[in-house]
Design a protein around this ligand. Structure first.
Ligand code: FAD
Ligand code: DHB
Length: 401
């Protein structure tokens, strides 16, 4: 098989890149380890920045989002039952976020891919990337017991944190930065009406909680849990009971509960791999960086990588400028580190770190006082609220030089 760009991974990064390249007449093949249905079964992000919304328009896959998605002008933070509304629209001069699930974005992209006629190889096993520093890189894998070989000019590693692309870069040619947090998020999806019009991020002595949503009839909730907790030991009833203790009392009193459609625990991690390019291989999205979910930046950072790589490859193939590839990593990393910092800061401010502090003997109460003062300052000053609003709606994408 022969293509211009081999894309490893058919999650949102790989599918969006494939669609944007196709629109520019650039041929690409996606190689994906699991099936399409398996990908659609993963419940992940729900909040899209304007930059991603614009990119979905550019890719020609925004119709359903514009009909079924909900624009949110604000977001709430609740600190020990005291509620603060961040008016995103007013504080940023007009910017908002779109509430539309990653699953739906992925479904729309899969439909567009089918219509485009570009090839996707699902259930590919033992994918390997070869000669990525040469002008003739290639990809091999097994499909239905048969070996497959794809010759290409560039490879986009869109294969997530556990993928093969990052590991293809020799250890002495990459540097990794990491922080693992001492707790996880237990998430529950239910066909119940959301408990509030806008999202509520809640900090309490019992730990963090988030009330999010997918539609007027589908809610998504999260609670902070110790890493030692097992999802099997959390009944739906236990989840709802704990959630109600962490959300503002009037919200909890009116909350509609119901059976879970999905329930899972996600660990929290900050991670960056530098650089994001090695020869003719580019790392995109979770393959290069992970953020803790507080602040909803994971999918949005993946999208800004895609926007940059799509512009770079368009310039290479349609503008004859091969040197554009050198701009990819520095442009992406500037925005990635900004998102990493914001997610780390929101995580620090909104979670209960008792366990970790107890372990290393730190003064728990002093830490708590600093964090309480920090959040109080940001939420009660207009300048502080502006900082949160500007970051939450997302910084603009940087253009190529
Ligand atoms: P992925 O979605 O991980 O897609 C990578 C794809 O590559 C997968 O389909 C995988 O099967 C495939 N793949 C892996 N290895 C190979 C291989 N060797 N060969 C071929 N294909 C391969 N972000 C938020 O903003 N909010 C959230 O609430 C949130 N929750 C999350 C919960 C979990 C459990 C996880 C893991 C992430 C969450 N995120 C969240 C982050 C967000 O979902 C990701 O940033 C986003 O999925 C990144 O998209 P991606 O396409 O780069 O990677
Ligand atoms: C969702 C997840 C997040 O991490 C977040 O900050 C906001 C919303 C969600 O799944 O809806």
């Amino acid at each position: 098989m022969q293509t211009q760009v081999a894309i490893i991974g058919g999650g949102p990064s790989g599918l969006l890149l494939g669609q944007l390249l196709h629109k520019q007449g650039i041929d690409n093949v996606i190689v994906e380890r699991v099936s399409g249905d398996y990908i659609l079964g993963r419940i992940r992000a729900g909040i899209l920045e304007q930059g991603l919304v614009d990119l979905l328009h550019e890719a020609g896959v925004a119709d359903r989002m514009m009909k079924e998605g909900h624009v949110h002008d604000g977001v709430e933070l609740s600190i020990d039952d005291e509620r603060f509304r961040i008016n995103l629209k007013e504080l940023t001069g007009g910017a908002t976020v779109m509430c539309y699930g990653q699953t739906e974005v992925t479904r729309d992209l899969m439909d567009a891919r089918k219509a485009s006629g570009q090839q996707t190889c699902y259930e590919a096993e033992n994918t390997e990337l070869h000669d990525v520093k040469s002008d003739q890189p290639y990809v091999t894998f097994m499909q239905n017991g048969e070996p497959v070989h794809i010759n290409c000019q560039y490879i986009a590693g869109c294969d997530g944190f556990h993928g093969v692309s990052r590991k293809t870069i020799p250890e002495d040619s990459r540097k990794e930065f990491e922080r693992v947090y001492p707790f996880g998020w237990l998430g529950l999806l239910a066909d119940t009406p959301p408990c509030n019009d806008e999202l509520i991020y809640a900090k309490t002595q019992r730990g963090f909680a988030l009330a999010s949503q997918r539609s007027p009839t589908r809610s998504r909730y999260y609670i902070q849990v110790p890493l030692t907790d097992k999802v099997e030991n959390w009944s739906d009833d236990a989840f709802w009971a704990e959630l109600k203790k962490r959300l503002p009392a009037d919200i909890a009193a009116n909350m509609v509960t119901g059976p879970s459609i999905e329930k899972s625990i996600a660990p929290l991690r900050s991670f960056v791999c530098e650089p994001m390019q090695y020869g003719n291989l580019f790392l995109v999205g979770d393959a290069a960086h992970i953020v803790p979910p507080t602040g909803a930046k994971g999918l949005n950072l993946a999208a800004s990588d895609v926007a940059t790589l799509y512009k770079v490859l368009t310039r290479v193939f349609n503008g004859g400028d091969k040197s554009a590839v050198e701009q990819y990593s520095p442009i992406c990393l500037r925005r990635v580190w900004n998102g990493e910092r914001f997610s780390w800061w929101m995580t620090n401010m909104m979670h209960n770190f008792d366990e970790e502090l107890a372990k290393d003997g730190s003064d728990r109460e002093t830490h708590q006082r600093f964090m309480d003062s920090e959040i109080h300052y940001y939420l009660t000053s207009e300048a502080g609220q502006k900082v949160i609003a500007e970051q939450y709606v997302g910084l603009p994408y940087e253009d190529l030089a």
